[in-house]
Design a protein around this ligand. Structure first.
Ligand code: SAM
Length: 214
């Protein structure tokens, strides 16, 4: 399977977005991931250098034009693209690997309560993207990508994937944040799978918000 993220956050890429994209690269491989719809005036400097060095493929082309430059990511008109959408009508299943060639994800940092920004993707390409759900709870973009990868590439049914919902992440005796997302559990550690460096970033962000109170 190929995975396309429609980038919907501002540039230059934030640390949070960088860590999520890096994790997706590690999970699905650089040849299978493409970040599209970056603003037309995007410069190489707007993309985190570490991602470029890891071979991240990116383009300012929109979903409906990128097949000319990236033929292996298929033509949207062929209707082999499935939109991972928390409001999709049916669940993504292992057999969908025979129906689709590409999964589309919204490159959106989650919000709580969730705003349905994934809908913007559906509205942009009416009738061309079939929406598929990964359960009803909001996941981070990298978690949704990993979940689809388990279902389609590894053929692990959704109900056999272990999740943890809204985990509390503790940084010390007194500091903790509740993450309003569903994460996949790491079988070995029993902890939520997060991008490398994300815990450090969460700690930095929580200290920043405490500092902002004073
Ligand atoms: N609340 C957000 C919104 O505005 O749509 C959800 C954004 S989520 C952080 C980023 C992307 O991950 C979504 O656009 C979607 O592609 C995918 N995603 C997250 N949770 C999902 C779920 N339960 N089912 C299907 N896709 C999901």
């Amino acid at each position: 399977m190929k995975y396309i993220v429609e980038h919907m956050e501002p540039l230059p890429m934030s640390e949070w977005v960088t860590l999520e994209y890096k994790k997706m690269l590690q999970d699905v491989g650089k040849e299978n991931l493409l970040i599209c719809s970056l603003p037309k005036d995007t410069k190489l400097d707007d993309i985190t250098k570490e991602l470029i060095d890891l071979g991240l493929q990116w383009t300012t082309l929109q979903l409906d034009e990128l097949h000319k430059d990236y033929p292996s990511f298929t033509n949207i008109q062929d209707k082999k693209m499935c939109l991972l959408d928390p409001r999709g009508k049916t669940e993504l299943c292992c057999d969908d690997v025979n129906k689709y060639e590409v999964c589309i994800l919204g490159g959106i940092l989650g919000s709580h309560p969730p705003r349905d920004r994934t809908k913007e993707l559906k509205d942009k390409h009416p009738g061309l993207l079939e929406g598929k759900r990964l359960g009803s709870l909001q996941m981070s973009t990298d978690t949704a990508c990993r979940c689809a990868y388990y279902i389609l590439d590894k053929q692990i049914p959704f109900d056999q994937i272990k999740f943890i919902d809204y985990p509390e992440i503790r940084f010390g005796k007194r500091e903790a944040v509740e993450m309003p997302f569903r994460y996949i559990l790491d079988d070995v550690t029993g902890k939520p799978i997060l991008p490398d460096g994300m815990l450090k970033l969460m700690k930095k962000d929580s200290e920043q918000s405490i500092d902002d109170l004073f």
